[in-house]
Every structure is written in structure tokens, then in C-alpha cells.
Ligand binder design. Structure first.
Ligand SMILES: C[S@@+](CC[C@H](N)C(=O)[O-])C[C@H]1O[C@@H](n2cnc3c(N)ncnc32)[C@H](O)[C@@H]1O
Ligand SMILES: Nc1c(NC[C@H](O)[C@H](O)[C@H](O)CO)[nH]c(=O)[nH]c1=O
Ligand SMILES: N[C@@H](Cc1ccc(O)cc1)C(=O)O
Ligand code: SF4
Length: 450
């Protein structure tokens, strides 16, 4: 594929990837397997994602064949319903020194210290502030809280963990006492307890956050997720996955845990009985083989655990990120790449029922198109969004049930409100008088917002 760069530039030079998007398979064979439901190999996925390694660029006729096969598979697996959830994003802090080059959500933690005088755009919430925000949103009818945060140096798992961090003489633990900061995020368990209002479903603690929550100890991920579950955690966001191939992680997030550790944390979450989602952040330096290998690792994880409720492709938002500013990428994924990624995820992940189209990443028009390329879930109301916005995305921070009902019926599909685990579902009558959520404890059909 001459149009795929051999190398990616870094500030220190360039990196050559070992994994290349070449195969011994043909596009036609891969498509035939996709159509008849044979489990796909990594080579098959590369053929479909590239619309054939025998041709330069995207072949639009072949692309339509892949999208059609995926749309057909979606109809077989989940039918015509399009689901969404009434949820709130409540991220606790932007303080983070991990330094991922695709991320502009983070702010250097030094700026959060009491002795730092200048303004910065970041935030930290105390547990009582988190609780207030969740309470208000619950009153409005949401029943899921999604919370992902920066790795604030003062965050510990719980009091026992704080004691270990306070008394350790190791200098490499990325820990500082909360006394040094203007605001105290308290512990992960306190934040979880604070956000656990009513019967809300708490979706939090990515594998990277779990790693931070056990630093300096010999506790297993089972131990950490078990304690979080006792505090009220219900399920785990499968973010921090980025691309689950270490040669890519070494370029875009060298400070993050590696592929094996991410998988270890997810398996541990599943083993204590937590559900989880899964994601891939694509469209930066990686090639189609990296995307295919990532899908294989997710499919294998699901074969082992059965705990993954959905797969969420997260298209890289490039504008305000170090990867773009340093000239390591020229843009994010193209629309063709986005559509093929959704479609091949549907075809490859034969053991994950739901593929999400994220309106935060694609917007409404393209987000709806994704629902005809293999996706069947259209995310949630979220009420607040900081990660994509700070990276330069501008598709907004909120969708109402009215907007969901209008958009989904416009493409001839059935709008369905769902619980986080997809177990509870309620088909929505777009002509009904009340168009708000009804599945949560305080969801009485009142619209979330005007
Ligand atoms: C911002 S982090 C917050 C949680 C935690 N710090 C972690 O890394 O797991 C959550 C996820 O946001 C996604 N993300 C961050 N910046 C992004 C960008 N510019 N475009 C798309 N997704 C992005 C990444 O997939 C990342 O794992
Ligand atoms: N809950 C979901 C979100 N929430 C928005 C994120 O917090 C976010 O800012 C972004 O997606 C980070 O990459 N986004 C989804 O795409 N899907 C969700 O289910
Ligand atoms: N909040 C997201 C996006 C997301 C979250 C949870 C999910 O289950 C899926 C996607 C993030 O951290 O990127
Ligand atoms: S992706 Fe997460 S860990 Fe990485 S810099 Fe951003 S907030 Fe920190």
C-alpha cells in the first residue's frame, strides 16, 4: 500500500513499524468470509479495512460491499432497534502527568498546587461536588454516570492505599499529599461512594486509573476492582485501550500501561463480576494491521470473559493535540476509514453484540450514517463533555431524547432507551407526549432539558 507511510515522524526522528498492512489474503476471499459469517483473521480484517491491499487507496465500490455486509450482519444480530442511554459524564479531575500525545484533556498537576499563582483551565472536584452534580442529573432523569479522570498525584484507592503511599520512600510513585493542592480529590473509593446516589449505574475506573489506584502496592487488579465494586462501582470503561499494540503505544502514549497490563486489568474486572465496554482510538499514527490486531485482542478478551457489552470506536480528534502540533500526524481518520472501521468491527467482533456510533466523534449526520454501516447504539445524553472538546471537537455536549427520537426515526429505525448493560430496553413512541427517560429510578418521562 504505497499510500500508507512506512514510518511515522517523532520529535526525535522517525519510527519504523514492524507491523505492516500487507497480507497473503485477497479482498474477495475476505469479503466472502465476512458475508458467510466465517470467523475473520487479522489478514482478512486488513483486506477489508484497506478495501484490498492489491490496490492503492480506497476502492469505493469495494467499500460499499464491506458496509453492506456489516449492515446485514447488524440486522441479523440485533435487528432494527437503535439504542441510547440517559447518562451523565462527570469527570473528577484534569490533573495528569502521564503525557499521552493524543490528549489535550490533561493539565500538568503542578498547576493545581496551592502555591501556584497563575490561572489554568483545569479542574478538580471534591467528592461532595461530584455528589451534587450527580444528584442534579439524577433529578433530571439520568441513570448512568460515566466518570473518567486524569491521574492526579494525590489520588489513592482508599485510606489504606494512602497510608502506603504516604510512608513509602520510593520516589517513583507519582504521589503527593492532598495538602499540597488547592483542592482535594480524596480517594477513588470516596469519589465512587459520593457519586453512587440512588440506584445510579456507575461506569468508571479505566485500566489506566486502576493502575494508578494500585501503584506502590502488590495488590492485584482483582483486589483493586473488588474494593471499588464494594464502594459502588458497577462497570468499567474500556478506554485507555487506544491501540493495543505496543509499538504504537510507545509512540502515542509511552507513559501508559502496555497492552498486556491493560488486558490483565480488564480480565480482573470481569473476574470480580464487573461488566465492561471496549474501545479503540484510531486515526493517528497506526496502520490497518494495528487496527486489525487490536480487534483480535478485544475478540480474544471477550472469548475469555464474556463481559464486554459494547465496542466503541473513538476516532482521533487531532486539532489541539501534541501529535498534531508536533507534526507527527496531519489529521485524523478520513470518513472512508471511519465507516470501514465501524463495519469491520461489526464483522470481526462476532462475540460482541453492540457497536456504538459516537456522536461526540462523528456528529449527527455521520453518526446516523454509521448506524447503516454496522453500528446499532447511538451513545447517550452525557450532559457534559470535556475530552473531545478540549482536543478541538465541536459536536457539542448533549443530546436530548427528543433529538434521538427524531434522528433515529428519520432513518427508519426504532429508537430504544436502554440500560447500561442493555438488559432493560424501552422502545420509544416518537409521537408520545412525554419524551424523557423512563428506565431510571427518578426517570419519569420528563425531558432532560427543553
Ligand atoms: C482522556 S482519558 C481519561 C481517563 C484516563 N486518564 C485514561 O487515560 O484512561 C480517556 C480516553 O479519552 C480518549 N481520548 C483522549 N484524547 C482523545 C482525542 N484527542 N481524540 C479521541 N479520543 C481521545 C482516549 O481513548 C483515552 O483513553
Ligand atoms: N459515555 C460515552 C462517551 N462520553 C464522552 C467521553 O467522555 C469523551 O469525552 C470522549 O468520548 C473521549 O474520547 N463518549 C463516547 O464516545 N461513548 C460513550 O459511551
Ligand atoms: N468517556 C469515554 C468514552 C467512553 C467511555 C465509556 C465507554 O464505555 C465508552 C466510551 C472516554 O473515556 O473516552
Ligand atoms: S489520556 Fe488519560 S492518562 Fe493520558 S494524558 Fe490524557 S488523561 Fe492522562
Amino acid at each position: 500500500m504505497p499510500d500508507v507511510p512506512e514510518t511515522v515522524g517523532t520529535p526525535d526522528g522517525s519510527v519504523e513499524f514492524e507491523h505492516r498492512p500487507t497480507t497473503a489474503q485477497s479482498f474477495e476471499n475476505a469479503l466472502a468470509k465476512a458475508r458467510n459469517g466465517t470467523r475473520l483473521t487479522v489478514d482478512d480484517a486488513v483486506e477489508l479495512l484497506t478495501t484490498g491491499t492489491d490496490r492503492d487507496g480506497i476502492d469505493h465500490y469495494r467499500k460499499e460491499q464491506v458496509l453492506e455486509a456489516a449492515d446485514r450482519r447488524r440486522a441479523e444480530v440485533v435487528g432494527d432497534e437503535v439504542t441510547f442511554v440517559a447518562n451523565l459524564n462527570n469527570n473528577v479531575t484534569t490533573a495528569c502527568n502521564t503525557g499521552c500525545l493524543f490528549c489535550n484533556f490533561k493539565d500538568r498537576s503542578e498547576q493545581f498546587r496551592s502555591d501556584y499563582q497563575e490561572d489554568h483551565g483545569g479542574f478538580t472536584k471534591t467528592p461532595s461536588e461530584s455528589r451534587e452534580i450527580v444528584r442534579d442529573a439524577l433529578d433530571r432523569g439520568i441513570y448512568e454516570v460515566c466518570s473518567v479522570s486524569g491521574l492526579h498525584p494525590a489520588l489513592a484507592l482508599d485510606d489504606e492505599h494512602r497510608e502506603i503511599l504516604e510512608t513509602s520512600d520510593r520516589g517513583d510513585l507519582n504521589y503527593r499529599s492532598p495538602d499540597e493542592y488547592e483542592k482535594d480529590p480524596a480517594t477513588y473509593c470516596e469519589q465512587i461512594r459520593a457519586m453512587n446516589v440512588g440506584d445510579v449505574h456507575l461506569h468508571s475506573m479505566t485500566p489506566e486509573e486502576a493502575y494508578h489506584a494500585r501503584r506502590g502496592t502488590d495488590w492485584s487488579y482483582e483486589e483493586v476492582y473488588g474494593r471499588l465494586q464494594d464502594a459502588g462501582l458497577d462497570s468499567v470503561p474500556g478506554t485507555a485501550a487506544e491501540i493495543l499494540v505496543d509499538e504504537v503505544r510507545d509512540v502515542i502514549c509511552p507513559g501508559k500501561i502496555g497492552t498486556d497490563e491493560w488486558l490483565e486489568a480488564m480480565e480482573a474486572a470481569a473476574s470480580v463480576g464487573l461488566d465492561m465496554t471496549s474501545t479503540m482510538m484510531y486515526g493517528h499514527v497506526e496502520n490497518e494491521r494495528h487496527r486489525a490486531l487490536h480487534l483480535q485482542r478485544i475478540r480474544d478478551l471477550q472469548d475469555r470473559t464474556g463481559a464486554i457489552t459494547e465496542f466503541v470506536p473513538l476516532s482521533f480528534v487531532h486539532e489541539e493535540t501534541p501529535l498534531y502540533e508536533r507534526g507527527m500526524v496531519e489529521s485524523g481518520a478520513t470518513v472512508d476509514e471511519d465507516e470501514l472501521l465501524i463495519a469491520v468491527s461489526r464483522l470481526f467482533l462476532d462475540n460482541v453484540d453492540h457497536i456504538q456510533s459516537s456522536w461526540v466523534k462523528y456528529g449527527d449526520t455521520q453518526g446516523l450514517k454509521m448506524l447503516t454501516c454496522g453500528a446499532d447504539d447511538f451513545m447517550g445524553t452525557i450532559l457534559s463533555e470535556e475530552i473531545t472538546k478540549r482536543a478541538g471537537g465541536d459536536y457539542g455536549e448533549f443530546r436530548s431524547f427528543q433529538e434521538y427520537a427524531d434522528m433515529i426515526t428519520a432513518i427508519g429505525r426504532t429508537p430504544v432507551e436502554r440500560s447500561t448493560d442493555y438488559e432493560q430496553r424501552r422502545a420509544i413512541d416518537p409521537d408520545a407526549d412525554v419524551l424523557g427517560p423512563q428506565l431510571g429510578p427518578q426517570a419519569d418521562g420528563t425531558p432532560l432539558l427543553d
